[in-house]
Design a protein around this ligand. Structure first.
Ligand SMILES: *[C@@H]1O[C@H](CO)[C@@H](O)[C@H](O)[C@H]1NC(C)=O
Ligand SMILES: *[C@@H]1O[C@H](CO)[C@@H](O)[C@H](O)[C@H]1NC(C)=O
Ligand SMILES: *[C@@H]1O[C@H](CO)[C@@H](O)[C@H](O)[C@H]1NC(C)=O
Ligand SMILES: *[C@@H]1O[C@H](CO)[C@@H](O)[C@H](O)[C@H]1NC(C)=O
Length: 440
């Protein structure tokens, strides 16, 4: 029996590691099935796998709120001039006339309508007092982002804005990214772009000038938060090695949390002016207008559900594996015989319904003096790295020992084969699923 298991493992190891070297086909790791029936010595039994809902357009399920609440244009009616031409004043906003109103819902309707539909703020009448607007998007559910957040501005893109996120239903907020024509001046931050990020600095919050600069605004209308470029730091430029990303997401909570949200907030701090000087005689040229917001993601179900339903204006996971809760975050009542745990993407390609330990005090010991923390990671002495502290840093760094950065713990993944071997082993040893019935 054990011999057979070892052989099977060996076969998987060979297959998987071979694939890893040649890069994974994109089809790997759909995680769309939660369980399947298998024949074994004991007859027909269930095999449980990690599963997650398909990614979808998440703007269908959100609530939008504005602060100040009366910042939408049209009450009283107002006429706006074009930013590039103060004599072109044919943009009328009147909240009481449907064709001339610009309510917030128009940020989420179908794009590509002609004429374009958009939300618009009232103009910068109180200049030089800043024109501040918060647009808050709430899901009342944890969401995992799977693609770039894209905002399309109908007038110029703002000269200063911040994208913020919340992971606790709006109680606390963290910045996601700062945007400015001049990052130093606006936020005393060095301008950076997503291309400056590495695996080590992926969680850094940057200020970028990429989406607000210059007069090209007329054609360049979008402001992005680049999710895919960040994924690519682990999964490769065309995201062909998702296994590497999934492996990293499994073992690094901070990384997983980085892409997880319950709310987003767009803080508009300064509208486009198209010039260094604001034309105080014609403030009706300055306002915000957004025609589209894209947020792509999936319900976070802790890998215990492959569908998520929208009922009574609320999203919730349809939990499997004897779990329950909006995120499948606990065991069903009478199934608390074993502690709850999240599912795991590993081993590739199907994962397991429970998370396999990275380390323990027996077979998966941390090496070179490392200490196992919560069975989830080894705390390595500074000279060593790797999942089990098996690598000397000097060997693993191309630049040698002199170039070590301090501060942030490195997020560098171990080689795919090493990682997969360890996790295959780990999961084979502890294959039982979570949430068993309490004593029968
Ligand atoms: C919104 O309401 C506040 C207070 O009720 C008022 O001071 C402000 O002028 C209003 N803003 C707009 C744009 O109507
Ligand atoms: C300024 O705005 C008004 C409307 O508020 C418009 O009639 C006028 O043509 C604009 N341009 C200049 C240069 O004053
Ligand atoms: C917007 O949100 C920030 C915090 O995220 C808050 O300080 C500010 O008062 C809010 N309202 C406006 C109009 O900026
Ligand atoms: C759920 O509970 C049943 C017993 O009712 C058990 O056979 C099964 O293995 C459990 N499933 C998981 C994924 O833990």
């Amino acid at each position: 029996m054990h011999f057979q298991l070892a052989l099977t493992l060996q076969a998987i190891w060979t297959a998987v590691c071979h694939a890893a070297m040649q890069h994974y086909p994109a089809a790997w790791g759909h995680y769309d099935v939660c369980k399947s029936q298998v024949y074994s010595e004991d007859g027909l039994t269930w095999d449980y796998m990690a599963c997650q809902p398909e990614a979808a357009d998440m703007t269908q399920y959100l609530k939008v709120s504005l602060d100040p609440p009366n910042i939408t244009c049209g009450d009283p009616p107002e006429t706006y001039c074009a930013l590039e031409n103060p004599y072109m004043c044919n943009n009328e906003c009147d909240a009481s006339t449907e064709e001339l109103a610009h309510p917030p819902e128009l940020m989420f309707d179908i794009e590509g309508r002609n004429p374009t539909t958009f939300w618009q703020s009232s103009s910068w009448k109180k200049y030089p007092k800043p024109l501040l607007v918060n647009i808050t998007l709430s899901w009342h559910k944890t969401i995992e982002l799977t693609d770039d957040i894209v905002l399309t501005f109908e007038s110029g893109r703002p000269e200063q804005m911040v994208l913020e996120k919340s992971l606790d239903y709006g109680r606390t907020w963290q910045p996601y990214q700062f945007y400015a024509t001049d990052c130093l001046d606006a936020f005393t931050m060095e301008p950076k772009t997503v291309q400056d990020l590495t695996q080590h600095t992926l969680l850094d919050i940057i200020c970028t000038e990429d989406y607000s600069r210059g007069y090209v605004w007329k054609y360049d209308k979008t402001v992005r938060f680049e999710i895919k470029d960040r994924f690519a730091l682990f999964a490769g430029p065309r995201l062909h090695n998702m296994a590497s990303l999934y492996g990293q997401l499994d073992t690094t909570k901070k990384l997983r949390d980085f892409f997880t949200i319950t709310d987003l907030r767009i803080r508009l701090l300064r509208p486009a002016t198209g010039a260094t000087m604001v034309d105080e005689n014609n403030l009706s040229r300055y306002f915000y207008a957004i025609s589209d917001i894209k947020v792509h993601g999936r319900c976070k179900c802790n890998l215990h559900a492959n569908s998520c339903v929208y009922d009574k204006e609320k999203l919730s996971c349809e939990c499997e594996h004897n779990t329950t809760g909006p995120d499948c975050g606990r065991c069903k009542i009478n199934y608390q015989g074993r502690a709850w745990s999240a599912g795991s993407y590993l081993p590739i390609p199907k994962g397991t319904a429970n998370i396999s330990p990275v380390c323990d005090d027996e077979l998966l010991r941390c090496q070179n003096g490392g200490v196992c923390v919560n069975n989830a990671r080894c705390n390595c002495p500074p000279e060593y790295s790797g999942l089990l502290c098996e690598k000397s840093r000097c060997d693993s760094e191309a630049a040698g020992c002199g170039s070590r950065e301090s501060g942030q713990p490195p997020l560098t993944p171990p080689s795919p084969c090493g990682l997969l071997t360890l996790l295959l082993l780990g999961s084979a040893l502890l294959r039982e699923a979570p949430c068993w019935p309490a004593a029968l």
